[in-house]
Design a protein around this ligand. Structure first.
Ligand code: HEC
Length: 133
């Protein structure tokens, strides 16, 4: 094997390795445990949110939240901070929103929540939220 070929081959496999690592890691980052996520939900969110369809508490029902446009749960009176938000709640958007104080992520919101620091708990919670359909 010539030096040049070897060098190119090594570089090629490093790139392939990176790509493979990235492809494997990205779904894994979100592969939380839904059962543990249900417990996180109970301790962090259930005071104000129900996972049941149509059941609003202090906050709107989170049934079907992943994939739902912001501020659209039926019969819930939102602040403008959410009704004027024109985004869809994807897992990534929820990750961003829930990892910091709600009022920082969404100025003007009525949601009083300081964010979830623990990345594992957050991944578990997001996996659980994804099952609410
Ligand atoms: C102290 C009460 C409270 C807690 C705790 C709380 N929320 Fe909320 N949440 C609200 C309120 C109130 C709103 C509506 C805010 C508005 O209209 O500005 C809201 C809105 C939301 C929205 C936007 C819903 C939509 O239909 O656009 C999401 C998503 C959400 N909360 C998720 C969560 C999650 C997940 C947790 C737990 C990690 C949590 N919240 C904890 C009160 C709370």
């Amino acid at each position: 094997m010539s030096q040049r070929f070897l060098r190119r081959w090594l570089r090629g496999s490093a790139v392939a390795g990176l790509l493979l690592g990235w492809t494997l890691a990205s779904p894994m980052l979100r592969a939380g445990d839904a059962g543990a996520g249900a417990d996180v939900f109970k301790s962090e969110c259930a005071e104000c949110h129900s996972p049941k369809q149509g059941k609003n508490k202090k906050g709107p029902s989170l049934f079907g939240i992943v994939g739902r446009p912001a501020g659209t749960a039926p019969n819930y009176k939102y602040t403008d901070a959410l009704t004027q938000g024109k985004w869809i709640w994807t897992t990534d958007k929820l990750h961003w929103y829930l990892s910091q104080p709600a009022r920082k992520a969404n100025p003007g919101t009525r949601m009083k929540y300081d964010g979830l620091d623990d990345p594992k708990q957050l991944d578990d919670l997001l996996t659980y939220l994804g099952t609410l359909h």
